[in-house]
Design a protein around this ligand. Structure first.
Ligand code: AMP
Length: 402
């Protein structure tokens, strides 16, 4: 093991916003670029690999069950998963020297230019919109192939680069996760959660298709599709627009939820032509008119309350609006093997979590001492720029296909 002095010399401390980052000296020029429930994210320049990176600080990730489970799951899964549409882990470290002193974990990731919230404000052409959706679906399919159903996809957890490439940042809800009550003061965004999640029903992989539908709708409309202020209001927003679901759907609910749902006012809902009228789409040519009708058709197949009638990820990938991008190497990449099958079921005390997370970080540090975790080339980051994400007006960021 490295001696204490040597280790101390490798790190330096820098204030970013309200937080202090204690990072390896190879990472310089830290700038805050975002924050989430887990902590602050900075961009930085990695002098060893001569590329820009993103560094996320997890402050005392073992502090409670919710934080600990999420941090541990994320660490383990990020190490296993290797797909171009899922964020890749380049390095992990902790500046503390012993388990007793252990406090913070730093995750070093590929740096992207913006999250999807920022892209939603832009007017996207069909080419970019469909390419972004295709990549989301590829990433999701890859997670599903590994047995990971996300259930909590949202624009803030999806990042893009100015060349229109896209990556999913996180792995969503653990099957047994607490519902976020412990995550205060952060307000949990529920706008993208499927009816089966809101109503506490069983779910299958196409739970994530609903979220993609909500995100697509928001990219088309420029505003949140179902902006519920809480669980109850979330359901109201869904039925006001899509209409009260059928009796067949109500029968799948447990008694108390069914009583609640049945006692809501009845709504007829609106047609998808009304929900997503032509003016929302670029439809200035015959080609664009066709694309607009395909886009609307995809929306109406994804935004189906009853999951048994909603399209699957595979069907979405085959849909005419999306399949123009289909590349088997991206869609059918071999799934990662997740070795810890009990990942979602694990329950530990704070002290145990501290130990497990420390061991995981230590193992990562050992593995990355002489390289990067998944053997990603050191030079790919050179192209990272601070240019804004894709917009229909910039011709230099056209997606590479078809
Ligand atoms: P998170 O803590 O993972 O929810 O991330 C919070 C925010 O930080 C995201 O919404 C992004 O805006 C930004 N962010 C996180 N990771 C990256 C990354 N690898 N590249 C660029 N921005 C990122």
């Amino acid at each position: 093991m490295m001696n204490r002095n040597k280790r101390e010399k490798e790190y330096y401390s820098i204030d970013v916003g309200d937080s202090t980052f204690m990072v390896l000296k190879r990472y310089q020029n830290l700038r805050p670029i975002g924050s989430g429930a887990q902590g602050i994210v900075c961009s930085a320049y990695d002098h060893n690999f001569e590329r820009n990176v993103a560094i996320k600080k997890l402050s005392r990730p073992f502090q409670n069950q919710t934080h600990a489970k999420r941090a541990y799951r994320e660490l383990v899964l990020m190490k296993c998963v290797n797909h171009k549409n899922i964020i890749g882990l380049l390095n992990v470290f902790t500046p503390q020297k012993t388990l007793e002193e252990f406090q913070d974990v730093y995750l070093v990731m590929e740096l992207m230019d913006a999250n999807l919230c920022q892209v939603i404000q832009m007017e996207l052409d069909h080419e970019r919109l469909s390419y972004l959706l295709y990549q989301m679906l590829c990433g999701i399919k890859h997670l599903h192939a590994a047995g990971i159903i996300h259930r909590d996809l949202k624009p803030s957890n999806i990042v893009v680069k100015s060349d229109c490439t896209l990556k999913i940042l996180d792995f969503g809800l653990a099957r047994t996760a607490a519902t976020g009550l412990l995550m205060t003061p952060y307000v949990v965004t529920r706008y993208y959660r499927a009816p089966e999640v809101i109503l506490g029903m069983g779910y299958q992989a196409n739970v994530d298709v609903w979220s993609v539908g909500c995100i697509m709708a928001e990219m088309v409309r420029g505003s949140v599709l179902f902006p519920g202020t809480d669980h109850i209001d979330q359901w109201n927003k869904v039925i006001e627009q899509l209409g009260t679901p059928s009796q067949e759907f109500l029968m799948k609910l447990n008694q108390s939820v069914r009583t609640y749902v049945e006692n809501r006012p009845r709504y007829a809902g609106y047609s998808f032509e009304k929900l997503f009228p032509d003016v929302l789409f670029p439809a200035d040519s015959e080609h664009n008119k066709l694309k607009a009708s395909q886009a609307r058709d995809l929306l109406c197949k994804m935004l189906v309350i009853d999951a048994s009638k909603r399209i699957s990820v595979d069907e979405a990938l085959q849909h005419p609006y999306i399949n123009v991008w289909y590349d088997p190497t991206e869609v059918e990449a071999p799934p990662p093997a997740i070795t810890d099958k009990q990942l979602d079921e694990r329950e530990h005390t704070v002290e145990e979590w501290k130990d497990f997370i420390y061991k995981e970080v230590f193992e990562c540090e050992e593995r990355t001492k002489n390289g990067v975790i998944k053997g990603q080339p050191a030079s790919i980051g050179a192209a990272v720029s601070s240019t804004p994400p894709p917009s229909s007006s910039s011709s230099s960021s056209t997606p590479p296909r078809p």
